[in-house]
Design a binder for this molecule. Structure first.
Ligand code: ZN
Ligand code: ZN
Ligand code: ZN
Length: 98
């Protein structure tokens, strides 16, 4: 079903590295939204944030797939294929709207 992205084999069961953008927390900076790397669990800030650490993480590591780390959001995005898709709902989902 997700054949538009050929990197799904790089998705791991990851533990988020932090509850905020790792780099921004270190420098005391702020962010807009958070993205979780699905290969290693790195948490970085989105492209609407001034530091764009999630994209920088991809450029550094070539980990292709990130996931939204925002509550209630289930989409993932592949930097290489430049596609996003919705993951299946979290377990026990009662169909609540986001
Ligand atoms: Zn891909
Ligand atoms: Zn950041
Ligand atoms: Zn990573």
């Amino acid at each position: 079903m997700n054949s538009i992205c050929s990197h799904l084999d790089q998705i791991r069961e990851v533990t988020p590295s932090a509850q905020g953008c790792e780099e921004c927390l270190q420098t005391g900076d702020t962010w807009v939204h958070l993205r979780l790397c699905r290969s290693c669990g790195h948490v970085g800030c989105c492209d609407s944030s001034k530091n764009k650490h999630a994209t920088k993480h991809f450029n550094t590591t070539r980990h292709p797939i990130i996931k939204s780390f925002e509550p209630g959001e289930n989409w993932s995005y592949c930097y290489i294929d430049q596609v996003d898709w919705e993951d299946r709902p979290a377990r026990g989902g009662a169909g609540g709207r986001v």
